[in-house]
Design a protein around this ligand. Sequence first.
Ligand SMILES: [Zn+2]
Ligand SMILES: [Zn+2]
Ligand SMILES: [Zn+2]
Length: 270
Amino acid sequence: MNASERKDLTSCECGYHPEKYNDNCDKYGNPVCSVTKALRNHVIFASFANLFDENDPSEYYYDLSGYMGKLRCNWVFLAEIDESFFFLRHRVHAHSRFGEKVPIHFYNESNEMPVSFTWQDLKKGHTLAILYAERKTFLDLSEGIRQEALETCYVFKTGLKNLEEEASKVLDLKDLNFKKSPEKCFSCGVEKESLLRCAKCKLAVYCSKECQVKSWQSVHKNLCSQMDVLLRLASLPRNRKFKKYLSFCPGQDFLSEYVYSERHVQKPLK
Ligand SMILES: [Zn+2]
Ligand SMILES: [Zn+2]
Ligand SMILES: [Zn+2]
């Protein structure tokens, strides 16, 4: 990143800033963030600066034996795509919510096809989610992500801002259901005892047909089929399944154990 790109960087609500590395840590030295808002916790929904360098693995990311305190939670890098390229391999330029501009290069030497997204989904305005993303310094000394595993990648068909808004609505809904409180319309926010529920995702709720149509046209059309994945992703900070590796593989619970983890598991600890 050059200096002009850096000046727009923003902080996490907990005070963490990607350039100042003023991370709060627990007694084991693991970074912590107090923010529970959907997709806003900077440890789970990491800044690019907060990712580990692929050549410098930290043992609490990779150790699966689980000795006291040395296992970090799962982490995800979320970035909205600004540009998408294909020349020999798929690449995107994207930005994190902190304003970091990050080139992401897909290296899938076996030419496997992604299972949880399609290459056509990599387009401007969509948001890429990468579980266990690592920082890479390329040969020209620029920094970015060299992504090999495809089952840890997912593409949401909307931008970061919409994604955060929809994630917080769907998380609220789960909390309200738990407390048996009236639900809020996803479109206008009005509270009502009984709302219309989207027949497809069975998650989004609306006070009226008009609100449903409005939301469908502006954002829900693209996200309806992705709401379940979004809910699970947004729930990451709140559940305790931190010790498992995750993937976005369809057909299996993406909170189940990350099967394609050999590269990570067998990485020698320093
Ligand atoms: Zn934070
Ligand atoms: Zn409404
Ligand atoms: Zn829906």
